[in-house]
Design a protein around this ligand. Structure first.
Ligand SMILES: [Zn+2]
Length: 252
């Protein structure tokens, strides 16, 4: 078990751009990931992971008229421990609103899309993993394609959500793919801990990329310093740059 791998500014985009492993990753397509007739289920630990991890994929799915179910596991109310401004109460209202604004900026048909809020405790999902798996089982069908955070992503909620989603998907016989989010921060460019063989790149055209970039700006609570304490933003500019590349990576 790694001890808090999410400190400092992490591995830079420039460093990732030199990665031979990343350069050699095969590409995939939206149609290959989610065949016609299948529903895509995006399981997001915190309000923003669905955009940071797969804001491009979401747009492509909408364009291909796939049904989408988004499950937000927590309301993200523990992102600013001790802050007098970003109190858990304020965050629990603001962060889901930021997600809604971001999804709108992606141009998704929000009235046709199903969105479920799990209400699990932010930073405490590990303690409710079995309950989360049961919760997910009430929504998943065998012909769904599930996207979740990677089981080894380096954040306890991301890992617990990854494990519970994979277990629930296997139980109903659904396909499941994992998406690295924080791994881009702590991993090194040729890191042997990354399952490179399972990695696939989903290329994003410049418009898809631009809408994702615009959507990310909706997460004001995460991208700006704390207005009272002046603490650094949760999502530093370096973190955003890494996640706003011309492709997204999925572990198949
Ligand atoms: Zn997260």
């Amino acid at each position: 078990m790694r001890t808090n791998p999410i400190v400092g500014s992490g591995t830079s985009l420039q460093a990732w751009n030199t990665s031979h492993h990343l350069a050699a990753v095969e590409t995939t397509s939206c149609a290959e990931l989610v065949p016609p007739g299948a529903r895509a289920v995006i399981i997001s630990p915190h309000p923003d992971d669905e955009i940071l991890g797969c804001g491009g994929l979401l747009q492509l799915l909408a364009r291909e008229q796939r049904q989408i179910l988004l499950i937000s596991v927590t309301d993200g109310n523990a992102s600013h421990p001790g802050s007098r401004y970003w109190t858990p109460r304020r965050l629990s209202i603001t962060r889901p609103q930021e997600s809604a604004a971001a999804l709108k900026r992606l141009g998704l048909p929000l009235n046709e899309m199903k969105w479920v809020h799990g209400g699990f405790p932010d930073t405490g999902v590990t303690n409710h993993e079995a309950k989360l798996q049961d919760f997910l089982l009430t929504y998943l069908h065998h012909d769904d394609v599930v996207f979740t955070t990677w089981r080894d992503d380096g954040h306890s909620d991301h890992e617990a959500v990854g494990r519970a989603s994979v277990a629930a998907a296997h139980q109903v016989g659904a396909r499941v793919h994992e998406i690295p989010v924080w791994a881009w921060h702590w991993a090194s460019p040729e890191d042997p801990r990354i399952p490179w063989q399972r990695a696939r790149k989903l290329p994003l055209d410049q418009w898809t990329q631009a809408r994702k970039r615009h959507a990310v700006q909706a997460f004001a609570s995460q991208i700006h310093p704390d207005p009272v304490f002046g603490h650094a933003p949760v999502l530093a500019p370096e973190a955003l740059e890494r996640l706003l590349r011309a492709f997204e990576v999925v572990f198949v």
